[in-house]
Design a protein around this ligand. Structure first.
Ligand code: AMP
Length: 305
């Protein structure tokens, strides 16, 4: 029996086109599966389930190879085109405006997992069609499953999305998505409503304001790392989820103390990711830089009573 990494993600592997107030990049490797796995790879071995086309280059593949990410479940479709997303940010870097989404090879994707992948203990359903997320969830006998989504799926495929939410342990979504999904402007009430649909945990990402963690009977919140220059917010959410899930898979437990640390590791990884375009900053990141920011978080959130 072959072994599989302890963490698996299904999500988009994308070619993005990004405009921020500081510059633009026409062809930027992105996607939820990409940003998640690159981030998680600093904590544990991780595998990706995705599909790409002929336009996925050797340079793109190198990003996964450098981080030793398992790509045995990344299918390549001859004659197909990779998922494409074009997005733009104004001075409020917390909100991306989608200019264009082309599912391309993801439109007909039927994920087929190896027997080893089906036994992965930690599974992340990255942002992609909720039906695809559920197809993977049903194949994997995981111990802990978390998911993300976005406004496009909340609006266009709500019923499918609710079915997926019912079969996960945790949801990791951003502030605006939580309110929209719950149809509830108050975040605390929105969290309670979402937790009522099945997940035991909800993590709400709040961009430059940090992240909040809810269960039915506990609450934890952290600010974001105080950065002076945010260059490209794309992938912040997925890098957060990668740090969070990567740390849990590495620790191999899911108690309150471990989950709180995982929220901080998620915040650390997101803070690095936004410093440069695509995965550029994470490609040069050193483990000691992660440790240093983790300790800085402890300092700036600590107070005596
Ligand atoms: P985030 O971490 O939330 O900033 O996610 C950024 C990534 O999400 C980008 O690299 C996009 O390629 C990807 N993305 C955007 N829209 C979608 C979508 N509808 N489904 C899957 N992935 C998407």
């Amino acid at each position: 029996m072959s072994s599989h990494p302890p963490l698996l993600v299904i999500g988009s592997v994308a070619i993005d086109s990004i405009t921020t107030p500081f510059g633009s990049r026409e062809r930027s490797l992105g996607g939820s599966g990409t940003h998640f796995s690159v981030s998680a790879s600093f904590f544990t071995e991780v595998g990706v389930v995705a599909v790409v086309g002929d336009d996925f280059t050797e340079d793109d593949a190198a990003v996964f190879r450098e981080r030793r990410i398992n790509t045995e479940s990344v299918e390549r479709i001859a004659g197909g085109k990779t998922f494409r997303w074009a997005g733009e940010y104004g001075f409020d870097l917390n909100t991306a405006k989608t200019l264009d989404t082309q599912l391309n090879v993801f439109a007909d994707f039927k994920p087929r997992l190896s027997e080893a992948a089906k036994r992965t203990p930690f599974l992340f359903l990255g942002n992609i069609q909720p039906t695809l997320q559920r197809e993977v969830r049903e194949q994997v006998d995981a111990r802990f499953v978390a998911m993300d989504t976005m406004n496009m799926w909340i609006n266009d495929t709500r019923d499918e999305l609710l079915k997926t939410i019912a079969v996960v342990d945790a949801m990791i979504i951003n502030d605006a998505e939580a309110r929209e999904l719950a149809g509830e402007p108050n975040l605390i009430r929105a969290a309670r409503k979402i937790l009522g649909w099945g997940p035991q945990m909800l993590i709400v990402k709040r961009g430059e304001y940090g992240a909040a963690f809810f269960t039915r009977d506990s609450y934890f919140a952290t600010p974001a790392f105080p950065l002076e220059s945010v260059f490209d917010p794309t992938g912040a959410g997925d890098s957060f989820a990668g740090g969070f899930m990567g740390y849990l898979a590495h620790a191999d437990k899911i108690d309150e103390t471990t989950v709180r640390r995982a929220v901080i590791y998620g915040s650390v990884m997101a803070s690095f990711n936004v410093e440069e375009f695509s995965c550029d900053r994470l490609r040069r990141l050193k483990p000691e830089e992660i440790r240093e920011r983790f300790h800085q978080f402890k300092q700036f959130t600590h107070f005596e009573i």
